[in-house]
Design a protein around this ligand. Structure first.
Ligand code: NCD
Ligand code: ZN
Ligand code: ZN
Length: 428
């Protein structure tokens, strides 16, 4: 197959370490076909999918059901296993079953999975640490939020800003600090999901400086919105953790620039319009679609000079590959050897419209946003899954499960890691 890509750029396909594809359990919001189609349309070649489905991915049985659902995938995927209070006995078998990483909900969010006690977290970290799989944290402390929310409701607050008031940054600071202590104690690798505040950067940086294997991500909505979004968008902007004040947004950009924040993920959390646009903020589902809009939104920041293309590649692909151990296999140490590629037109303009996204989630806070820079082709392991901005429907089921490479000898792993670090974009 020949492709004229003159003037286009080849980028490593984005690796989105944080998506919710809702199947099994909530397929009216999304399923593995629509979710991975959305990824393919967005230049994303690998996703890590979260366990707050129904059933949650906390038992070998639930993992099998998820892997069955994922057989429809267009792009490659890692499955998150759940680390919870009541499934410590299942962690080893989840690892044997092929999970790529673990997810621990320290605070409550969509799906209402109870957060584990610190004792259960410690034991879970001890079990997982020797296997090297990273544990990703929804780092918000449940008890602080519950207390705040009760106070706000008693005071009659149900406006959009009440959501922000219920989750002040200390909620995340406390959780990141505590998780880092547990990781340091056990040697577990951890990852801080959806960093929303400048305040979390101090405990994250401090843990890195102490030698804890900790990484962090932020998301486009925290980089591109601030507290004014609440008056403009109402319950649509409700997301956990909340979009915060401008000074936090600015600190996140600094965190990306100085390497404290390692990567960009989307927290793709599709819901329907009916579930989002409700009068009482406490009844609005949290989150929104994102896997398809990340690349256009961030390439627009590249076009605006706020981010270099090289940094974008590091944040969207290289850092997640290193953090989650997705090294090329079979001795092929050339990064991109398996040809997960986004071919992008950095000058192409477009407008984000929820109705035209491949995701089933039909609402986005970026509705009407003009973008400059679009993926035009997406290749997964050398095969087109999106071509000329069209989904290649024949590739449904092409996606494969990925997991951390563990068996490489240390020097080989170091070499692979160095060559991954050298990955960049190519202009044709
Ligand atoms: C996510 C969801 O809907 O699954 N919602 C959200 O607001 N981010 C869950 C989560 O990541 O906390
Ligand atoms: Zn979360
Ligand atoms: Zn999430």
């Amino acid at each position: 197959e020949h492709l004229n890509a003159t003037g286009l750029h080849l980028l490593p396909g984005a690796i989105d370490a944080h998506v919710h594809f809702r199947e099994p359990g909530y397929t009216h919001k999304e399923d593995w076909e629509t979710g991975t189609a959305s990824a393919a349309m967005g230049g994303v070649t690998t996703v890590f999918e979260m366990p707050n489905t129904n059933p949650p991915t906390g038992t070998p049985d639930a993992l099998r059901r998820k892997l069955d659902a994922a057989e429809k995938a267009y792009v490659d995927f890692g499955i998150y296993g759940l680390l919870a209070e009541d499934n410590l006995a299942h962690l080893e078998s989840l690892i044997e079953g092929g999970v790529a990483a673990f997810k621990c909900f320290m605070g409550n969010t969509f799906g209402n999975l109870p957060s584990p006690s610190t004792g259960a977290m410690l034991e879970g970290f001890e079990i997982i640490a020797p296997h090297g799989l990273r544990i990703s944290l929804h780092a918000e402390t449940a008890s602080i939020m519950a207390h705040r929310q009760t106070r706000l409701r008693a005071a009659g607050r149900s406006d959009p800003l009440a959501h922000l008031a219920s989750r002040p940054a200390i909620v995340a600071v406390e959780a990141v600090s505590r998780a880092a202590v547990l990781a340091e104690w056990t040697g577990a690798r951890i990852h801080v999901l959806h960093i929303s505040s400048g305040d979390e950067l101090a405990p994250l940086r401090a843990a890195k400086d102490r030698g804890v294997d900790i990484t962090g991500e932020t998301c486009p909505h925290y980089l591109l919105f601030d507290e004014h979004a609440y008056a403009r968008m109402g319950s649509l902007i409700r997301v956990n953790p909340p979009v915060r004040e401008l000074h936090h947004q600015q600190a996140l950009w600094r965190g990306l620039a100085d390497g404290t924040i390692d990567m960009i993920a989307t927290d793709h959390a599709p819901h329907t319009t009916d579930e989002k646009l409700v009068p009482d903020i406490w009844n609005a589902d949290c989150g929104f679609t994102g896997v398809e809009t990340q690349m256009p939104l961030m390439l627009t920041q590249v076009a605006a000079g706020r981010l270099s293309l090289c940094d974008y590649v590091r944040l969207s692909a290289v850092a997640p590959a290193r953090a989650f151990g997705l090294y090329p296999r079979k001795g092929a140490l050339v990064p991109g050897a398996d040809a997960d590629i986004a071919v992008v037109d950095l000058a192409r303009r477009g407008v984000i419209e929820a109705a035209r996204l491949a995701s089933r989630g039909n609402i986005t806070p970026f509705e009407g946003t003009e973008v400059t820079g679009l993926p035009v082709h997406t290749l997964v392991r050398g095969a087109f899954v999106m071509r000329d901005r069209q989904l290649v429907t024949a590739r449904k089921g092409h996606g494969r499960s990925v997991r951390r490479v563990q068996s490489m000898p240390e020097p080989v792993l170091r070499h692979a890691d160095q060559s991954l670090a050298a990955v960049t974009s190519v202009r044709l």
